[in-house]
Design a protein around this ligand. Structure first.
Ligand SMILES: *Cc1c(COP(=O)(O)O)cnc(C)c1O
Length: 432
């Protein structure tokens, strides 16, 4: 069975003429795996259909938002209804209050919430609040973590930056980049080093509590708690970036599940139910630094957009059904264990990292605890694996350094089909 891709090829040529690199976000390009990206025509549940009519089991899930699967009927109906009431008014609506309340009920640390239009904005705003609150300028981030594309956070950044080997973006002034120190995930020693270099100068440390932008990397026992303690010791704030993990790994904050109380939280993706959104949340005294309550300026024409907020509320409502996160974990475990077995059977070196419905199979290293481990992956081999899977109807993120996202719409049969495809693909790799 050969997959037709004439239409995707034609669209790709057209896109490249008018859109830089042919994409509106670099992670959508197939730079790391080669070939012509498929153009999506539609999606429903766990499946995508491309412009040439091919169907795939989807593990990109819009890079996180599609936790219910695509085009959930209840979310789609709510959006239709909301659209007929107007797309935005430049004034506050009840649904914004409801979403802030819902987030605040689920997350103890989210005493107050400011909605924005993207995770990038939310992370940028969290940093600005932290600097205003502490009167300090330095921030600490982790190699391989991604917090959106604002200047100060594009230092040793994960996601597309890692995939394309441009972790430090051109166009970011050296003076701005110099305000960011980089620690190694899971290394308290490197965190201590960053603090000791500026004992009175660090405004905040920002971390993905479960890292998912260098592939999935799990925090070692005690790492997050010790990190929080170090931040407190040095008078810095702890910002947990839960744009991916928030409401994906539990009904709220995974940092809180690990026993950590962040000063500020960054949310996005799932809380918008597939529509553009971001949120900065946290201690009331910190959030009240934001204008008009306080002196930290932040604004947005489409912040708290009615469609985003409505889709988010519907999604969080559906996720609050008991058993939801157990179901996601069961599906994630079936996938993670199946992939680990497939690796072992094939003899191809590598490992699988998984938490709940997030998983990455690294080809090469036998353990990945931080970005340098991830970088030891055999990306050429991953590219071959990616195309082997695609030919078997499985759509993976086109990078070794992204998570696979499982949704509630995936069935056991979908997972088993995926594992069987991986067995064949890895078998082919081992033989090559
Ligand atoms: C996706 C992501 C962001 C950026 O969110 P956008 O909505 O793409 O701007 C920030 N932090 C993390 C952890 C993310 O995964």
């Amino acid at each position: 069975m050969m997959r037709g891709n004439d239409k995707s090829k034609e669209l790709s040529r057209r896109a490249s003429r008018r859109i830089p690199g042919g994409v509106n976000s670099p992670v959508r390009a197939w730079s790391a795996v080669g070939g012509t990206p498929i153009f999506i025509e539609s999606a429903s549940g766990a499946r995508l259909v491309d412009a040439d009519g091919n169907s795939f089991v989807d593990y990109v899930g819009s890079y996180g938002p599609a936790i219910l699967g695509h085009a959930h009927p209840q979310v789609a109906a709510a959006l239709g209804e909301q659209a007929r009431k107007g797309l935005g008014y430049g004034a506050t609506i009840e649904l914004e209050v409801e979403l802030a309340e819902k987030i605040g009920t689920a997350i103890a640390a989210a005493e107050k919430v400011r909605l924005v239009s993207s995770g990038t904005e939310a992370a940028m705003t969290a940093i600005r609040i932290a600097r205003a609150a502490t009167g300090r300028t330095k921030i600490i981030k982790f190699d391989g973590c991604y917090h959106g594309h604002s200047d100060g956070l594009l230092v040793r950044a994960g996601s597309g930056g890692m995939t394309l080997a441009i972790p430090n973006s051109a166009g970011v002034p050296q003076a701005v980049a110099a305000m960011t120190s980089v620690a190694r995930f899971n290394s308290l020693e490197s965190v201590g080093g960053c603090f000791e270099a500026n004992p009175d100068g660090v405004a905040a440390v920002i971390v993905e509590p479960v890292a998912a932008n260098m592939g999935v990397v799990v925090p070692m026992p005690g790492f997050l708690k010790e990190l929080a303690a170090a931040a407190r010791r040095y008078g810095a704030l702890l910002i947990c970036d839960e744009v991916i993990t928030g409401f994906r790994l539990c009904h709220g904050s995974i940092a809180e599940k690990y026993g950590v109380a962040p000063d500020l939280l960054v949310l996005g993706k799932v809380i918008g139910g597939g529509m553009p959104i971001g949120a900065v949340a946290g201690r009331a005294d910190l959030l009240d630094l934001l204008a008009p309550a306080g002196p930290v300026y932040q604004a947005g024409t489409l912040s708290g957009n009615p469609l985003s907020v409505r889709a988010g509320l519907e999604t969080l409502g559906l996720l609050s059904v008991p058993g939801t996160y157990e179901r996601l974990d069961t599906l994630g475990a079936r996938l993670g264990n199946g992939l680990a077995d497939a690796l072992k059977r094939s003899g191809v070196p590598g490992c699988v990292n998984r938490v709940g419905s997030l998983a990455t199979m690294f080809l090469g290293p036998n353990a990945v605890c931080e970005a340098d481990d991830a970088r030891r992956s055999d990306t050429a081999r991953f590219a071959t694996y990616f195309h082997q899977m695609l030919e078997r109807g499985i759509y993976l993120p086109p990078s070794q350094f992204e998570a696979m996202f499982v949704s509630l719409a995936h069935s056991e049969a979908d997972i088993d089909q995926t594992v069987e495809a991986a067995n064949q693909a890895l078998g082919a790799l081992a033989a090559a």
